[in-house]
Design a protein around this ligand. Structure first.
Ligand SMILES: C[S@@+](CC[C@H](N)C(=O)[O-])C[C@H]1O[C@@H](n2cnc3c(N)ncnc32)[C@H](O)[C@@H]1O
Length: 220
């Protein structure tokens, strides 16, 4: 026992992947095909997927918004964990990623659940007026826009709902003193993490799962 969290070694990660993964044969194949089509391998990790599904099931989430879908790995994981008649609204700017994910939605027979839009998220959100409130929103796109997304999305989330984002720890760069790989992303994520931590309408935490999942619970 220690006051500090247990560091996740490769052996521990493999243990998590073996017993607490959201990945099945379909998703392994999706990752492989995405790789063959030169779509970057930057999807959420498999134990992070399981963690997301755990939260979604716990809160009986029905309506979810995802900003940044890539090949659809996280989108399919989310869609599979929704309550009956649930809906995932997914936003993806890159036409190639959009086409790939569209094909996977058909193959996974999730056409009735996933509504995918080939849009720049900020343009879409500025005019978006859904006739329901979201239970959960997942940011996994251009980090420099997260504060803008937060402002636009918060009114669309029900009290008791969550706003979450991947890469809250940025491979450790969030606390680096020296040089970092992507300074603009580190700056953006630092600002976003703090905005969630200090937001008067949110009760927030970072789960050190995968690259860090920050979550803000809408209290009012
Ligand atoms: C990290 S990947 C998403 C990974 C995905 N959530 C997963 O885990 O499978 C980021 C995606 O966000 C998309 N993206 C970046 N900026 C965007 C924007 N302004 N609007 C919508 N999508 C954007 C990129 O094209 C890319 O596909």
């Amino acid at each position: 026992m220690s006051a500090y969290p247990t560091a996740v070694s490769i052996d521990i990660a493999d243990y998590l992947f073996e017993h607490f993964s959201s990945e099945d044969v379909f998703l392994t194949q999706l990752r492989k095909e995405a790789n063959q089509e030169d779509i970057p391998n930057i999807c959420i990790s498999q134990e992070q997927g399981r963690f997301l599904q755990f939260i979604l099931k716990l809160m009986k989430a029905k309506y979810v918004l995802e900003i940044g879908s890539l090949a659809g790995y996280s989108g399919i994981i989310i869609a599979r964990a929704l309550a009956p008649n649930g809906k995932l609204v997914a936003l993806e700017i890159n036409p190639k990623h959009y086409e790939f994910f569209s094909k996977k939605i058909e193959e996974a027979k999730l056409k009735d659940i996933i509504e995918l839009h080939n849009v720049k998220a900020i343009d879409f959100l500025r005019n978006y007026k859904p006739d329901f409130q979201f239970d959960f929103v997942f940011f996994d796109a251009d980090k420099v826009s997260y504060l803008d997304y937060l402002e636009l999305v918060l009114p669309l989330v029900r009290v008791g709902g969550l706003i979450a984002a991947d890469n809250a720890l940025l491979g450790g760069d969030i606390v680096a003193n020296g040089e970092v790989e992507e300074p603009h992303n580190v700056e953006a994520m630092k600002k976003f993490n703090l905005a969630l931590a200090q937001h008067p309408q949110l009760f927030s935490t970072i789960a050190p799962v995968g690259d860090g999942l920050i979550m803000g619970y809408k209290t009012q």
